[in-house]
Design a protein around this ligand. Structure first.
Ligand code: NAP
Length: 286
């Protein structure tokens, strides 16, 4: 559809933002739907956040995605923050309301979507590698899926303790335990789901793996290994897990599904998920 005087704006804010795959995915869906919208990347530095969203409100931007470094700092600037985003402590999607900007976190829905399609997880044990932003969405998602235990493994004891304390008021706190990387040989034999939320294996770290073949040998044969990284496909972790005969999931579906939930919020209509997925696959392979 041609961009004209009536075209409505959606976008993503971040710093850096040029690497974002969101414009590729969302514009493919907007074209398929034939709606009068365009989705663009806005580079916004940390000090410019407040001015940027005031400007968006004044100029009629309909909604936007948020990436690093604004996912937490945008929260006090919003008129409304969903319970899900409060639980995660981060917002990745904002839309316009009569009262001002409202925000939520669609990473949780994105993370759980491929797991829901796979099996029942009630009573299962998740082992989460890393304790950064994505790990927070993973913990919330595991809570939604009914996991009985979520074991988070990190390299920095202080950050790990802070992570654990940050869930103190959450109903998920009783499920959560934190552990050092050295504990992996004890933890892996009881893991039903292993999730890599570290960047080990992506881009410049491609070829590296957070779990060696020796450690993967300790995992039950029925376990699922989920790497949130979506490039390269597969990561070294998933290649080793597949060699071991384990079921694997990469981060592409999470990326697609979190985007689909966001686009549905902005457009208030069903969106073409398959088109969004294919646009990303074509872009990543192209
Ligand atoms: P983040 O907030 O920076 O967290 C990264 C975590 O990994 C931190 O806990 C960090 O440890 C740990 N870590 C980093 N390097 C490590 C190393 N060499 N050894 C051990 N631990 C290490 O990043 P994030 O936003 O959570 O993103 C993490 C990954 O998830 C990225 O690869 C990102 O692409 C992916 N992701 C994918 C999706 C998707 O839709 N598929 C969505 C979100 C994120 P410290 O705390 O000690 O620094």
């Amino acid at each position: 559809m041609a961009i004209t005087g009536t075209t409505q704006l959606l976008g993503v804010i971040g710093d850096p933002v040029t690497h974002s795959l969101s414009p590729v995915m969302h514009n493919a869906a907007l074209a398929e739907l034939g709606v009068d919208y365009v989705y663009v990347a806005f580079p916004v530095v940390a000090e410019g956040l407040e001015a940027a969203i005031a400007g968006f409100a004044a100029t009629g931007v309909q909604g936007f995605s948020i990436t690093i470094p604004h996912k937490q700092s945008i929260m006090p600037l919003l008129a409304e923050v969903s319970a899900e985003a409060q639980a995660v402590g981060a917002v990745n999607t904002v839309w316009r309301t009569a009262q001002g900007w409202a925000g939520t976190n669609t990473d949780v829905a994105g993370f759980v979507a491929p797991l829901k399609a796979m099996s029942a997880w009630t009573g299962a044990t998740a082992l989460v590698l890393g304790n950064g932003g994505a790990a927070r969405a993973v913990v919330a998602g595991c809570g939604q899926l009914g996991f009985a235990a979520v074991q988070v493994v990190g390299r920095n004891p202080q950050k790990l303790t802070e992570f654990e304390h940050s869930w103190a008021q959450s109903p998920l706190h009783p499920l959560l335990t934190v552990h050092s990387w050295e504990s992996l040989p004890q933890l892996l034999p009881t893991a039903d789901l292993i999730v890599n939320t570290t960047p080990i294996g992506m881009h410049s770290l491609a070829g590296q793996t957070p779990l060696t073949a020796d450690l993967l040998a300790l995992v039950p044969a029925t376990a699922v290994v989920y790497d949130l990284i979506y490039t390269p496909r597969p990561t070294q972790l998933l290649a080793l897990a597949a060699q071991r005969g384990l079921v694997t999931l990469d981060g592409l579906e999470m990326l697609v599904q979190q985007g689909a939930v966001a686009l549905e919020l902005w457009l208030q209509q069903p969106v073409p998920v398959a088109t969004m997925r294919q646009a990303l696959v074509d872009w990543l392979e192209g």
